[in-house]
Ligand binder design. Structure first.
Ligand code: EPU
Length: 421
């Protein structure tokens, strides 16, 4: 096991390049299940979740070639297994993204139910309801979803709530279904847009990208394409907050500033200088940070995946802020660890009240999920003394070469063998 050790206090300065987006690559890897042609993806980040998805695809009988760093070739000539096993789903809920494609191409899928996770119950009822509306027979057996269908057929389905992977699963299913499907109340996250773009290039006919209503004309077959993955907006946001919390000056290059608009507005509001270029964004410290409230919401609202990082920033701001988590019912697991570093945060239901303190102090901390760990890294960068972040595998799930990128910006960060956990 490894840990990350941060000796806080350095102002981060310089340029860092955004990696490809984790939450775009995961559905794209599953899209490869829809065609027997080869799919090639460039700008694939080196992440644990991507390794887990590769394992899943290999288990399904798919051929992979990932010898060139950053490039992944996937060829699903035939699918020899239909199971997403508990061992994989429990480490990565996004394994459920195999459900839609397996049902569309093979008419059968056995996918372990994800169960609870560190950020709440996170059911998949909407994925299942949508597939049932497309004619799938679904049963639950020994913790598995057992889904069967001859050929999925078109439907007019309205999601009860906004779900990102639920929308992605049904888009993939409808692309090979018989007839024209209408999906309403869809998630409009940029990663959904990327999936639609790639599917349309593969020969699918999906209208309404970027809106809540999608019209999908099912096709008999799709073909392979070569695609470069979009930048990771959550990684971009995390580095911008790193600049803010350390009083630094960081430019994130090769990014999509329009994908982080809600964060940029907030950073300006709390007193930072924000300069937006065509494909870069720079955040500079302009003196003290002011406490400002935020509420998370589906895109284009403030991303839940940046809530923990913003909370770390607010814990050192002047004044009090209230952070409301509207997407997940239990995503405040980082609070206890931030408090151990000296933050003053109280949680009541879905709201956390953060009273800014003058300084944080380094400590041994461990987190329960990816973004919670990122908030501890940010707190550690600004804290006095050393912060030891245990269970680094959470960070490795979603941040490509994090310690190296932070070092290049001037942070004192090392990755060490961990004897504690
Ligand atoms: N929900 C249901 N029923 C469903 C599906 C979702 O009640 O069938 C609820 C969830 O419990 C949650 C809300 O709807 O309260 C939104 O969940 P959503 O389905 O949108 O989340 P997800 O698709 O499982 C993706 C990202 C998450 C990100 C959320 C919200 C991927 C692989 N994961 O998850 O990313 O937080 O959307 O934007 O795209 C991360 O990267 O750290 C991460 C957790």
């Amino acid at each position: 096991m490894e840990k990350i050790v941060i000796r806080g206090g350095a102002s981060l300065k310089g340029e860092v390049e955004a990696s490809g987006a984790k939450n775009a690559v995961l559905p794209l890897m599953c899209v490869a299940l829809l065609t027997s042609d080869e799919m090639t993806f460039h700008r694939v980040p080196a992440l644990r979740d991507i390794r887990t998805t590769k394992q899943l695809l290999l288990q399904l009988g798919v051929r992979l070639d990932d010898f060139t760093p950053g490039t992944l070739r996937i060829k699903a000539c035939e699918i020899t297994d239909h199971t997403a096993p508990y061992e994989l789903v429990k480490t990565m809920r996004a394994s459920v993204l195999a459900l839609g494609p397996l049902m569309a191409r093979e008419g059968r899928a056995d996918v372990s139910l994800p169960g609870g996770c560190a950020i709440g119950a996170r059911p998949i009822d909407q994925h299942l309801k949508g597939l049932e509306a497309m004619g799938a027979e679904i049963q639950l057996d020994k913790g598995y979803v057992i889904a069967r269908a001859d050929r999925l057929r078109a439907t007019d389905f309205t999601f009860d709530l906004k779900t990102v992977t639920g929308t992605e699963n049904l888009i993939m299913a409808a692309s090979l279904a018989k007839g024209t499907t209408v999906l309403r109340n869809c998630a409009v996250e940029p990663e959904v847009g990327e999936l639609i773009h790639v599917l349309n290039r593969m020969g699918a006919a999906i209208e309404g990208a970027g809106t809540e209503t999608l019209v999908i004309e099912g096709r008999d077959r799709l073909h392979g394409v070569v695609h470069e993955v979009m930048p990771d907006r959550i990684e971009v946001g995390s580095y911008l907050i790193a600049a803010a919390i350390t009083g630094g000056d960081v430019t994130v290059t090769n990014s999509r500033p329009d994908h982080v608009s809600a964060l940029l507005d907030k950073l300006q509001e709390v007193g930072l200088q924000v300069d937006v270029g065509e494909d870069s964004v720079r955040v500079r410290s302009n003196g003290p940070i002011a406490g400002r409230d935020v509420s998370t919401d589906p895109y284009p609202g403030f991303a839940t995946d940046l809530q923990a990082q913003y909370m770390a920033l607010m814990s050192l701001a002047q004044g009090t802020s209230v952070i409301r988590e509207n997407v997940f019912e239990n995503r405040f697991m980082h609070v206890q660890e931030l408090v151990r570093m000296g933050a003053d945060i109280r949680v009541s239901g879905r709201a956390a009240t953060v009273r800014g303190v003058r300084s944080l102090s380094g400590a041994h901390v461990q987190a329960t999920d990816l973004r919670a760990s990122a908030s501890l890294v940010l707190a550690g960068l600004a804290a006095e003394g050393s912060t030891h972040i245990h269970r680094v595998y959470h960070l490795d799930r979603g941040y490509d070469r994090l310690d190296e990128k932070l070092r290049n910006l001037g942070a004192d960060v090392t990755r060490e063998k961990d004897d504690i956990v």
